[in-house]
Design a protein around this ligand. Structure first.
Ligand code: FES
Length: 106
C-alpha cells in the first residue's frame, strides 16, 4: 500500500499507509496525525486540513479548484505549495508524498 509522510514544524515524521482513492485528509485523521483536523469532513469549507506539499510532487496533483483557492486565501501562511489535503486523493504515483503540517495547526 502507498505511504504518505506527514511532518510537523519540528521535523517529526509520521509515515502512514494511504489506501488508493482515500483523501490525504482522511488518511491523516485515520492515523491521528497532529494538526490535520478535517473539521468539515472533506467538503472544502474549513481549511483545517491545510498542508505544504513536497514541491517535487506538485505536478502530479490535480490543480486547485476555485473553492480550494478561495479557502486557502484564509490560511495564515499561504505558500505556493499549499494544498487542502481533503482535495487530494491517494494515487500510486503519489507514493511517498511528504506533507508538512503548518506550525499554527499543531
Ligand atoms: S477538511 Fe475541511 S477543507 Fe479539507
Amino acid at each position: 500500500m502507498p505511504t504518505v509522510v506527514f511532518t510537523d514544524s519540528e521535523g517529526t515524521c509520521h509515515t502512514v499507509q494511504a489506501p488508493v482513492g482515500r483523501s490525504l485528509m482522511q488518511v491523516a485523521v485515520d492515523n491521528a496525525v497532529p494538526g490535520i483536523l478535517g473539521d468539515c469532513g472533506g467538503a472544502c469549507s474549513c481549511a483545517t486540513c491545510h498542508g505544504y506539499v513536497d514541491s517535487s510532487y506538485l505536478d502530479r496533483l490535480p490543480p486547485r479548484s476555485e473553492t480550494e483557492v478561495f479557502m486557502l486565501e484564509g490560511v495564515p501562511d499561504l505558500r505556493e505549495n499549499s494544498r487542502l489535503c481533503c482535495q487530494i486523493r491517494m494515487q500510486p504515483e503519489l507514493e511517498g508524498i511528504c506533507i508538512e503540517v503548518p506550525a499554527e495547526q499543531v
